[in-house]
Write a protein that binds this ligand. Structure first.
Ligand code: ATP
Length: 234
């Protein structure tokens, strides 16, 4: 469904991605793993149109999306959940969720705010609370819920586990897995927390200094002790 061929991305003289080839299949979770500075965030920003690729082609369902704007990407069915819990802190939880319904794609499975609250009940409990009063885990649930309201076929998640307690990470990852199983959603999950990510992913891609060094099933990558020690930090 998503395919990158020979994608190179630069920041001035710094080449953050070198000639990256990657496939994320429909209805699967593909985890993008690697240390700080490996190029994971740049990869997501390049896919979603926040950063322009210098070279290469990105295709989504066979369509060349290399030069589409972020808005056009959302309409095409791709929702990007950036790192750092981008909620609007002075709006309530419900108001933040309503924002997700703007600029919906027509292609994904339609979800209502009630559906999102069924997935993340705490968002219903805290519906009238201002978003700045939420915990880190609640904010992460809110940004994922908001992205789902844009009816995506594909979700790009940037480090959803960052700074969260292991119990909350397990809960959020469990819900992501459930969405993939029940709705056929496609997920590209960027994570430094490789062990947790591989526990829910179907496929993993390992980046090092902007290059793909491994791409295989999550089971094969988890079993590769040398690779884990060299690139995945466990
Ligand atoms: P992290 O987990 O720290 O976000 P990452 O794997 O997501 O790491 P990127 O943030 O994509 O890595 O960074 C890849 C490379 O690009 C690094 O060498 C980084 O210093 C460089 N880089 C990232 N953003 C910029 C920028 N705005 N200007 C210049 N260089 C940048």
């Amino acid at each position: 469904m998503l395919e990158l061929v020979g994608v190179t991305s630069r920041y001035g003289p710094v080449t953050a991605l070198h000639d990256v080839d990657l496939v994320a299949e429909a209805g699967r979770i593909t985890a993008v793993l690697g240390a700080n500075g490996a190029g994971k965030t740049t990869l997501l920003r390049t896919i979603s149109g926040l950063h322009r690729a210098d070279k290469g082609t990105i295709r989504f369902d066979g369509r060349d999306i290399t030069r589409l704007s972020t808005d056009a990407m959302t309409r095409a069915g791709m929702s990007h959940v950036p790192e750092g819990r981008g909620v609007i802190t002075e709006l309530t939880v419900r108001e933040n969720l309503r924002l997700g319904q703007l600029g919906r794609s027509r292609s994904g499975t339609a979800m209502s705010i009630d559906d999102v609250v069924d997935l993340f009940p705490v968002l219903g409990d805290r519906s009238a609370a201002l978003a700045h009063t939420l915990s880190g885990g609640e904010r992460q649930m809110l940004v994922i819920g908001r992205a789902l309201l844009a009816t995506p076929r594909m979700l790009l998640l940037d480090e959803p586990s960052l700074g969260l307690a292991p119990r909350i990470v397990t809960q959020i990852f469990g819900i992501v897995r459930q969405l993939v199983e029940s709705q056929g959603l496609t997920v590209l999950l960027v994570e430094q927390n490789a062990r947790s990510a591989l526990s829910i992913a179907d496929v993993g891609v390992v980046l090092n200094l902007g290059r793909v060094v491994a791409q295989d099933s999550a089971a094969v990558l988890s079993a590769d002790e040398g690779l884990r020690h060299a690139y995945l930090g466990y």
